[in-house]
Design a protein around this ligand. Structure first.
Ligand SMILES: C[S@@+](CC[C@H](N)C(=O)[O-])C[C@H]1O[C@@H](n2cnc3c(N)ncnc32)[C@H](O)[C@@H]1O
Length: 247
């Protein structure tokens, strides 16, 4: 099965007003149109869109537990200003996962989104894997101000968090065996073809039917598209972020 493009370009004709407001500088309506269309595609035309709309409204009202701030006020990583960040938020709110695994924490931006959504759910646990002192190369290094992994996540959100420090190659198989089943897997660690393939193949049998395989940076190589094709999955891609429905 091919991967559907969930982008501005793909929805502009169907949502001309959203496209117009996007070009006038307001991204909100366009992001919402992309996400609601994506939910319909992944979960089927009859899926109830009300919980998705409510989850999107929560982002707008920004009634969230704030992240710990750095002195530079820089946010790197997935955030709620992008369609993929919003999609992650909505998926956690709508699917109400009991167990979710994420590989790649860095400063903790995506962990903070997921944990805020789980906090609102009043249930669920996020199991995250990263290296002890996360990769501070390139734009993940803002003057090494906060080298410890996941420093952005405030203490109040840590009740629903288990952070495992070490190589995903070692930790992921053990963690999956220990959990048995998970609802959502999110890859955002080493984006080499070999590593992405390893994470998709290792986690796939543990994702429950109707759960999700999420991955950032799917554009970097063919690991995600090959995984989708090999398993005949329904999948879409938001710019760099991919999502496939587990069967
Ligand atoms: C792109 S960043 C994660 C960004 C984060 N998900 C976000 O949205 O804020 C990638 C992270 O993966 C970690 N990483 C790279 N290779 C890894 C491996 N083999 N095992 C575990 N973590 C790894 C790096 O230390 C880095 O912090």
């Amino acid at each position: 099965m091919s991967i559907l493009e969930a982008s501005r370009k793909s929805v502009a004709l169907k949502h001309p007003l959203a496209a117009l407001s996007f070009y006038m500088g307001n991204k909100k309506a366009m992001h919402e149109a992309i996400i609601l269309d994506a939910a319909k595609y992944i979960f089927g035309a009859n899926t109830d869109l009300r919980p998705w709309k409510e989850a999107l409204l929560e982002i707008t009202s920004y009634d969230l537990i704030p992240a710990n701030k750095n002195t530079y006020d820089v946010v790197v990583g997935n955030n709620l200003n992008t369609t993929f960040g919003k999609w992650i938020w909505c998926c956690v709110r709508v699917l109400q996962p009991d167990a979710m695994i994420e590989t790649g924490v860095a400063h903790g931006s995506s962990s903070w989104i997921i944990l805020n959504a789980m906090h609102k759910n009043g249930k669920g646990k996020l199991f995250s894997i990263d290296l002890p002192n996360h990769d501070t190369n390139k734009d993940y290094n803002f003057n090494m101000s906060h080298p410890e992994t996941g420093w952005m996540v405030p203490d109040v959100l840590k009740k629903q968090w288990e952070l495992h420090l070490g190589y995903a190659q070692e930790i992921l198989p053990k963690l999956l065996n220990q959990l048995g089943k998970i609802d959502i897997f999110f890859h955002d660690s080493d984006h080499s073809y070999e590593h992405m393939k390893f994470e998709f193949e290792t986690s796939s049998p543990f994702i429950r039917k109707g759960g999700l395989m999420l991955s950032d940076d799917v554009h970097k190589n063919k690991a995600f598209s090959e995984y989708v094709e090999r398993n005949h999955l329904k999948a879409l891609q938001f710019n760099k972020g991919g999502c496939a429905l587990a069967q």
